[in-house]
Design a binder for this molecule. Structure first.
Ligand code: FAD
Ligand code: FES
Length: 253
């Protein structure tokens, strides 16, 4: 589908902790076209390159983005306030594939990889189990919003909240309770690799959302190349147009 570009009003801003924010942006035409797992490329005042941010939730009028300050661009982004406008290019990339709503799915997210899975929690409701991993209790985000939609389990690296350990530990536990039709995962590379290995061992299809540095976001600059395997051969794919969601067997993690 064609992407759109424009300046749209920020209608609400939320701050979760010292470095993580949520913006609600009114952009009806773009919101109507967006599916879970897609992203927008944001133009930040003073920066020539846009910054990609996944869509956390959408309705007919509004896109919700959740982002963490990583460097100067996201720091500047966090300084925007309701009433100001955000320049968005989107929706971009291939989102998560759609299964029948009664499918049993597992949503495995780590840190700032958690937000794009919230839209899936709303689609699959109580048939979904969300496994959310964070560094510690202070960095927890969106846990209550997931819990309102689906079975939600939290892990922290230091044990300060929920299960003491990684999302992979939660996944092993969940699979000991019964099978699943699909695992959707988003988070740091090491986590995705661990999730993909467990999915393979248990013969469960797994889709992973991969991050790569980006520039254009539309397949024109080759900045976002990642290694993938097609027909037994290793080739380079674009995360922005072939992904960001890939089958875990297809992408070299
Ligand atoms: C498809 C996609 C979806 C994304 N969704 C989200 C999201 O929903 N929320 C969110 O907070 N962030 C998301 N990101 C990451 C976000 O784009 C980067 O954090 C942001 O571009 C950093 O910009 P900056 O100017 O603040 O930092 P920079 O100064 O550009 O970089 C700061 C640090 O972050 C690292 N970094 C920058 N870009 C990326 C990247 N793409 N992947 C991994 N590391 C990076 C750099 O190597 C450096 O260490 C997404 C990235 C992609 C590719
Ligand atoms: S970011 Fe330019 S090709 Fe993907």
């Amino acid at each position: 589908m064609a992407y759109l570009q424009g300046s749209f009003p920020i209608i609400q801003k939320q701050q979760f902790n010292s470095d993580t924010y949520s913006f609600y942006i009114r952009c009806p035409e773009m919101a109507a076209q967006t599916v879970p797992g897609q992203f927008v490329n944001l133009k930040i005042p003073g920066f020539s390159l846009r910054r990609p941010i996944s869509v956390c939730q959408r309705d007919d009028e509004v896109l919700r983005l959740v982002f963490q300050i990583r460097g100067e661009g996201t720091k500047e982004l966090a300084a925007l306030e309701p009433g100001m406008k955000a320049d968005l290019l989107g929706p971009l990339g291939n989102g998560f594939p759609q299964l029948p709503p009664k499918a049993k799915v597992i949503l495995a997210g780590g840190g700032i990889g958690v937000p794009p899975l919230l839209a899936l929690a709303q689609v699959y409701g109580r048939n979904a189990t969300a496994l959310l991993g964070f560094r510690n209790k202070e960095s927890l985000i969106l846990e209550g919003e997931f819990a309102a939609e689906c079975d939600t389990r939290v892990a922290t690296d230091d044990g300060s909240f929920g299960y003491h350990g990684f999302v992979t530990g939660l996944l092993e536990r969940r699979l000991s309770e019964g099978p699943a039709d699909m695992i959707f995962a988003c988070g740091p590379l090491a986590m995705l690799k661990g999730i993909a290995d467990i999915a393979e061992k248990n013969q469960i299809p797994c889709k992973v959302s991969v991050e790569e540095r980006m520039a254009c976001g539309i397949g024109a600059c080759l900045v976002c190349a990642c290694r993938t395997v097609r027909d037994g051969k290793e080739i380079y794919s674009h995360v922005c147009t072939d992904g960001p969601v890939f089958d875990s067997r297809e992408v070299v993690l």
